[in-house]
Design a protein around this ligand. Structure first.
Ligand SMILES: [Zn+2]
Ligand SMILES: [Zn+2]
Length: 370
């Protein structure tokens, strides 16, 4: 049943982290979200994540987002209002949310590819007036709530739930789809929250050796403490070294003909080239990094000559959660160790700047909107 409170004409305002332009996030007042369609719920956000892919809009690498859009697509919280068609949830329920909505009924949803649902929308992306507001706010509207959301079991902490909805689901499904098996040697390129989640998942799936590449000391240190061999991609001047030079270090650490799987969590031409260089013939390059270049950095003929398997695309987080939530409850994988900062929404402008600069040992920033 709908909650009459939300139908009442009133204009309450809340503060939210909004996009104003490139490298310009501003915390400002916005109208409180309301139920708009019968499948909607309104979630009071307990925790909202700042994701590496929020930086794509911030840096102007991904264009099109409208000024004024509330940012953020990682959330967990409690339902405070439901539309008339919502059947699986009630006011007060705690929920885990994937970063996109999905209907649960179309072809891609049935094939466990919820990220490509015919009605999929990404939280925090409004373009030309169409799209969905984000979760870096005290309240967020979730359409298609019955199919999109998952009840948060009491065994899961809110922090675990937040991470499972995006970075942990992405890292885990990346390792799984790449075919990490016991004894495997795996290279992880990029040790942000997704790369480190892929590292944790690779260990869980039995990888014997994980080699982690990044250029930030705090990330490499955490990678090491999670059981990886760490390779610094930066030289003494802290700039990225030549790809061939990094590849030589990776190969020396891995051993000859050892690297069958690369998990790429950066999304750049250099990352693609490095992945190609270190893979043995017949290897798999699994890509979670969001690529915005016009063409692939490895030519088709070179891919052919190495019998490469390439896996790429947005994670179907809703589909992945069906397996990942029970696994997390059973295994308590240490995803929460990735969180370096817990901040209030009022700090969002600085948080984006710190995250963008890779300053202050940042790996994962989480907002507490209440
Ligand atoms: Zn994300
Ligand atoms: Zn669907």
């Amino acid at each position: 049943m709908g909650n009459g409170l939300w139908g009442a004409p009133r204009e309450t305002r809340v503060i939210a982290a909004t996009f104003r332009g490139v490298r310009d996030v501003i915390v400002r007042e916005k109208p409180e979200p309301r139920i708009e369609t019968p499948s909607d719920v309104i979630v009071e956000v307990e925790l909202a994540g700042l994701c590496g892919s929020d930086l794509h809009a911030y840096r102007g690498r991904e264009l099109g987002i409208d000024a004024g859009t509330t940012l953020g697509h990682e959330l967990t919280g409690r339902i405070i209002a439901t539309g008339g068609a919502v059947e699986r949830f009630r006011v007060g329920d705690a929920v885990v949310s994937p970063f996109t909505t999905s209907c649960g009924a179309c072809g891609p949803c049935h094939r466990r590819l919820s990220a490509r649902c015919e009605q999929s929308q990404l939280f925090g992306w409004i373009e030309g007036g169409h799209g969905l507001e984000g979760a870096q706010a005290p309240l967020v509207r979730v359409p298609l709530a019955d199919a999109t959301l998952v009840a948060r079991p009491k065994e899961l902490s809110p922090l675990e739930a937040l991470l499972l909805g995006d970075v942990a689901a992405t890292g885990f499904s990346l390792a799984q789809r790449a075919g990490v098996v016991p004894g495997a040697t795996v290279v992880v390129i990029g040790c942000g929250a997704v790369g480190l989640s892929a590292l944790i998942a690779s260990r869980e799936l039995g990888a014997e050796r994980v080699i982690a590449v990044d250029m930030h000391a705090a990330r490499l240190e955490l990678a090491r403490s999670l059981g990886a061999i760490d390779i610094d991609a930066a030289g003494p001047d802290r700039r990225l070294r030549e790809v061939e030079e990094i590849a030589r270090d990776v190969s020396a650490a891995a051993g000859r003909d050892a690297v069958g799987i690369v998990l790429e969590a950066v999304g750049s031409s250099d990352a693609t080239k490095l992945a190609y260089e270190v893979l043995r013939p017949g290897g798999t390059m699994a890509i979670a990094g969001v690529h915005t270049e016009p063409s692939f950095a490895v030519s088709p003929s070179r891919a052919y000559d190495k019998n490469l398997t390439i896996i790429i695309g947005r994670t179907p987080a809703r589909s992945v959660l069906d397996d990942l939530i029970p696994l997390q409850i059973a295994r308590r994988l240490p995803f929460a160790r990735l969180v370096t900062h817990r901040l209030s929404l009022a700090d969002a402008r600085d948080a984006y700047a710190v995250f963008d600069a890779g300053a202050d040992g940042v790996i994962k920033i989480v907002f507490e909107p209440r």
